[in-house]
Design a protein around this ligand. Structure first.
Ligand SMILES: [Zn+2]
Length: 207
């Protein structure tokens, strides 16, 4: 009697280092492939199909989709930071546009507040270009905020609100149209009126 069958066999395709999301640090991994083998008298002879691939952390033995190898937390952080800086810049432009056009004084105020909050400086020509773009299509604000909501934590959102208030107050007083704009931004970020008042009060104390 010929005894034949099949069995899954796991082989190693490769190894290297990756950012293990369980260990939350760089670890060694093995990339594995599971294939079904045709067996004769229980001896695997040849593969008949590939069942799947996965990546296994050598430290915690956690298994992950192969896509995990391209996961780079540093790059993710950078992306969030870039998004945050864009948000601060664009929110300030929208607040300035709330009461009409943006004058030279406001351009330099945006530059200063941006630098104060993000530690980076925007070039004047870049900023003016952005102002032109936004003044031609001012409907971009809510789309931007909706995008931010999934990315920014509470601190990021609070800083964005602070930037809005600082630029509104830069000319000496926050007028009604500016305040309403800040309230709309906060509402869209799911920041409650009470929370917003707290943020505004803390900015006023500092400034
Ligand atoms: Zn691990």
């Amino acid at each position: 009697m010929i005894i034949w069958g099949s069995k899954p066999i796991t082989g190693t395709l490769g190894a290297g280092n990756f950012n293990c999301p369980v260990c939350t640090r760089n670890q060694q991994y093995d990339q594995k492939r599971v294939r079904r083998f045709f067996t004769l008298y229980f001896i695997p002879l040849f593969p008949t199909s590939t069942l799947g691939q996965y990546v296994e952390c050598r430290s915690c033995q956690g298994t992950f989709e192969p896509g995990i190898l391209s996961y780079d937390p540093a790059a993710e952080t950078q992306k969030t930071e870039a998004l945050f800086m864009t948000a601060v810049k664009q929110i300030m432009i929208h607040v300035c546009l709330a009461d009409g056009s943006i004058d030279d004084e406001e351009v330099s105020q945006i530059q200063n507040i941006y630098e104060q909050l993000t530690g980076a400086r925007i070039g004047e020509s870049d900023l003016r270009e952005e102002i032109t773009t936004i003044s031609q299509d001012s409907n971009t604000l809510y789309g931007l905020i909706d995008h931010l909501n999934g990315q920014l934590n509470d601190t990021g959102k609070e800083t964005a609100i602070r930037s809005a208030y600082l630029i509104a107050a830069a000319d000496g007083n926050v007028d009604q149209s500016e305040l309403e704009m800040i309230q709309r931004i906060a509402h869209r970020m799911s920041i409650s009126p009470t929370h917003l008042n707290g943020i505004l009060a803390s900015v006023q104390q500092q400034g």
